[in-house]
Ligand binder design. Structure first.
Ligand code: SF4
Ligand code: SF4
Length: 288
């Protein structure tokens, strides 16, 4: 396989928030997380493959899994660039700077939108972003959209922070599917289906607790458990030999429109939704 540029570790599903659109269905009492064996497996993988980027996600990495991040970093035999995807809520703690000082993140992605602002003060999130900006860390603000109007949810941010925003359409997965809190386009748009899965384009591998190594960080791995068996594996060798990996490498989103009936559902013009429909058809699974 091509050199792995980024290895993403999903530390666990615990989160101090419980957002209505959360694709991994995180909440404060969700105890599913990497086991000690899985944690060591991830460390061995990183030391062997030496991906340029090591990324931590969850659940909420900083508020719930800072000890696990420290454990992993202390055992690395090389110095990757470090990234974290966070809700930024640690900024509400009095000593948040001393917690963050332990980690030299090169890139931080913080979620600020109508979902996350229900759970924490905007002043704290602004302080969190400013903290990283002062250190010349690359910061982006992820804004989840369920409609074009949601862009307005960031209008209270200072202009310099608005420039850091990246907009994501909420996919039809996890709690978003259960609460019907996802982006629903009115018309099918082929223009939204450019290229292949970003995980493949950016040579990213993810490790997901109790599931394994995958090249999917979206609908396939967190949905139907039978589907997860087809897309996540106990070793990287099994992943790269799999039908799923070979297919996702070879197939663009527009090529996934093999079945014209997919075009009857405008939601399928969102790439992960289409991908799920394509693989459900391929593996003869119900789309739930
Ligand atoms: S902050 Fe992120 S991980 Fe936590 S519940 Fe919200 S969407 Fe899920
Ligand atoms: S659902 Fe498909 S497009 Fe989305 S991350 Fe997974 S493999 Fe990639």
């Amino acid at each position: 396989m091509a050199e792995i540029t980024q290895f993403t570790i999903l530390l666990g599903y615990r989160c101090n928030f419980s957002c209505g659109h959360c694709i991994v269905e995180s909440h404060p009492s969700n105890s599913m997380e990497l086991t000690p064996e899985e944690t060591n497996e991830c460390i061995s993988f990183a030391n062997k493959q030496r991906p340029q980027w090591l990324s931590f996600t969850g659940g909420e990495p900083l508020a719930c899994y800072s000890d696990k991040i420290r454990y992993i970093l202390d055992r690395l035999e090389y110095k990757p660039r470090l990234k974290v995807v966070t809700n930024g809520s640690v900024a509400s703690r009095k000593n948040f700077e001393s917690l963050l000082n332990c980690f030299g993140f090169d890139e931080v992605q913080v979620s600020i939108d109508k979902f996350h602002s229900k759970f924490c003060r905007i002043e704290d999130l602004i302080a969190f972003v400013q903290y990283w900006k002062k250190r010349n860390t690359l910061v982006s603000i992820a804004v989840s959209l369920t409609s074009p109007r949601d862009v307005e949810a960031i209008k209270f941010l200072p202009e310099e922070l608005r420039a850091l925003c990246k907009f994501n359409k909420v996919v039809r997965m996890g709690r978003a599917r259960k609460t019907q809190t996802y982006y629903e386009p009115a018309l099918f748009s082929k223009a939204d289906l450019k290229g292949k899965c970003l995980m493949i384009e950016e040579s990213t591998i993810v490790y997901v607790p109790a599931k394994g190594f995958s090249a999917c960080c979206g609908n396939l791995i967190f949905g139907n458990s039978v589907m997860a068996e087809n897309v996540a594996f106990s070793s990287i060798g099994l992943l790269v030999q799999s039908d799923f990996y070979k297919t996702i490498q070879a197939t663009s989103f527009l090529e996934m429109l093999v079945d014209k009936k997919f075009e009857n559902d405008p939601s399928n013009s969102i790439s992960c939704n289409l991908c799920e429909a394509f693989f459900c058809r391929r593996y003869q699974l119900d789309q739930n």
